[in-house]
Design a protein around this ligand. Sequence first.
Ligand code: IMP
Ligand code: MG
Length: 177
Amino acid sequence: MENIQILDKSFKIYLTEKDITNRVAELAHQINVTHKGEEIVVVGILNGCFMFASDLFKQLDLQCRISFLKLASYQGTQSTGKIRQLIGLNEDIKEKTVIILEDIIDTGITMEHIINQLNAYNPSDIKIATLLFKPEAFQKDFPIDYTGFEIPDKFIVGYGLDYNGLGRNLRQIYQIK
Ligand code: IMP
Ligand code: MG
């Protein structure tokens, strides 16, 4: 499907399933090479990262654990800037290398908040992997270690990303028209 409608918004295809699959495999390879021999804890940020986390995690060839955190900053298509508490960390990250997985980094407010909270647990290192990154919207200056796609500052859905809770099941990523 080239065009879809979700509630009041129209979207057009932006990244195909193949684009996503290929890029996730490249990111997994990059992580495998960079962290060879290390023990890592992957921390996925729910809800948006679940598909990305699943596809990427299957391709890691390292001694790795996974945990998921929940927190949200979005209502509709505008970031509210409000950050909720982190819940759900159930792996010990003290003195471990943590790779945070996000679906998308937009303003960076959410990720900065997560980094600050995780640092309190004294991990040896924190790396960031995001499938999508909107450089024009980014307001922070932390380094992003693994980026799938740099995209324009336009709202997208699919492959785990939602518009008011809908569209997460789409295999492709759609951009608002
Ligand atoms: P940030 O705090 O502005 O970086 O926003 C991060 C969160 O907002 C992401 O984890 C997403 O859940 C959500 N988000 C940002 N941009 C989009 C988008 O284009 N579509 C769907 N969700 C988005
Ligand atoms: Mg998210």
